[in-house]
Design a binder for this molecule. Structure first.
Ligand code: ARG
Length: 458
């Protein structure tokens, strides 16, 4: 049989394989709420402008509300033959209210309809992401407050560099997730224009009011160019780019959790709730949630690249290629939501092994920079010379198998005569951390003021 929507010029129906490659209902059914909201706003506007009668508008509204209930109660029969969510709903509307259903699509195309539905969905998803990131940031602020004075080794090249506080390290992630949240908010701002009324690509001859439907659907304003409106998917790309960057931050953190929770580091212990065991090795407690967060980043990044690649060769305006936008976005959204939720749980539950951190912070001559700084400050050496002198002290400590602060004063004085007893005051990790009071530095008071700054911006 030929198609109920466009059967006029067709003599026969599609091949089975055509239906299979063409149908999007298996995934775009997710857009039912947005589709119905768009149709309600459109029908109300058509009636206000005298394009359809108020009786037809009421029948359409009644029918759409019935359909919404049917879908939400799982009673709706989705059909692949009807291709997508738009035609599934319209066909059911015709069953329910008869010929009036055929007036709903006046001054509208599936091209502006799908652009509308998808924008509405992405906008809501961005709002959910904003909330989720805020919850994650809260969890970090809480833990950072507890550990503003907990000393750990800071790393570069994953080699001990200088001691920092665990609170400071956690606050580094707050900055990242804070930027992610602001990218999410920027994306909402740019996306906040209604596509409805762009029609197929050229606009319409009917006297529609796009400002009315934009306002009814809570958009700031209608889009300005109808060709762009049905061609544009950069709101989806921006969601995916934002999601990829956030996922990349989550992945780095996940990687650190994997490292920190090894018996060799023993900086943190994951709660049982966020670990798994081994079916063979009874001693194991594995950081699977962190590993999966790290892996989902690959999926999310893949979605971004997939959609960029779909879009890059498309001439204006609509091409069916663009139907491939949705699965990428849905999959990335689900992965990101899960990742943020799992990470929030892991951070909230994380047991911090302060003693192991403290012990590691004291190894690897992590206060060597403090010795060099002392030589600059107290003995007036140029920094480059102080660096060299300190390097010799480090070599000596290595030779003796001890720490810098274990070196006897006369051994240090043999390296540079100006060194006095006072130097031992700067060689402890606590002294090192406390001295780094520069704005944004690791000293506990700096960390506390970073936390306070963020608390005001939650
Ligand atoms: N299912 C389609 C999509 O997701 C809806 C738009 C179809 N428009 C068209 N001209 N075939 O893109």
């Amino acid at each position: 049989s030929s198609n109920q929507m466009w059967g006029g010029r067709f003599a026969s129906g599609p091949a089975a394989i055509m239906e299979e490659i063409n149908a999007s209902i298996d995934f775009d059914r997710k857009l039912y709420r947005q589709d119905i909201a768009g149709s309600l706003a459109h029908a109300a506007m058509l009636s206000d402008k005298g394009i359809i009668s108020s009786e037809d508008r009421d029948k359409i509204a009644q029918g759409l509300k019935t359909i919404l209930g049917e879908i939400e109660q799982g009673q709706f029969q989705f059909s692949r033959r009807l291709e997508d969510i738009h035609m599934n709903i319209e066909a059911r509307l015709a069953d329910l209210i008869g010929p009036a259903a055929g007036r709903l699509h006046t001054a509208r195309s599936r091209n502006d309809q799908v652009a509308l539905d998808f924008r509405l969905w992405v906008k809501e998803e961005l709002q959910r992401t904003d909330t989720a990131l805020t919850g994650l940031i809260e969890a970090f602020l809480e833990r950072a407050g507890e550990h503003a004075e907990t000393v750990m080794p800071g790393f570069t090249h994953l080699q001990s560099a200088q001691p920092v506080t665990f609170g400071h390290h956690l606050m580094a992630y707050v900055e990242m997730f804070g930027r992610d949240r602001s990218r999410v908010r920027d994306a909402i701002e740019r996306l906040d224009e209604s596509p409805l009324g762009a029609a197929a690509l050229a606009g319409t001859g009917y006297p529609i009011d796009r400002h009315q439907t934009a306002a009814a659907l809570n958009f700031r304003e209608p889009t300005r160019n109808s060709i762009d409106t049905v061609s544009d998917r950069d709101f989806a790309l921006e969601f995916l780019a934002t999601a990829s960057i956030a996922a990349t931050h989550l992945s780095r953190l996940a990687e650190e959790i994997v490292i920190w929770s090894t018996p060799q580091f023993h900086f943190v212990t994951l709660s049982d709730a966020f670990s798994t065991g081994s079916s063979i090795m009874p001693q194991k407690k594995n950081p699977d949630a962190a590993e999966l967060v790290r892996a989902k980043t690959g999926r999310i990044n893949g979605s971004l690249i997939a959609l960029l690649t779909v879009m890059k060769g498309l001439p204006l305006a609509y091409s069916k290629d663009m139907q491939e936008d949705k699965e990428q976005v849905f999959d990335a959204a689900e992965s990101l939501e899960l990742s943020i939720a799992a990470m929030t749980g892991m951070i909230r539950d994380l047991k911090v092994n302060a003693q192991s951190m403290r012990a590691a912070a004291g190894s690897g001559h992590s206060t060597a920079t403090d010795l060099a700084d002392w030589l600059v400050r107290e003995a007036g050496l140029p920094f480059r010379e102080a660096h060299h002198v300190t390097g010799r002290a480090v070599a000596l400590a290595d030779e003796k198998g001890c720490t810098l602060s274990d070196l006897p004063l006369d051994a240090l004085q043999a390296i540079h005569a100006s060194i006095t007893d006072d130097v031992f005051n700067v060689l402890s990790v606590e002294a090192s951390v406390a001295s780094r009071k520069s704005f944004g530095g690791t000293a506990p008071d700096q960390v506390r003021s970073q936390i306070a700054w963020w608390r005001e911006r939650l």
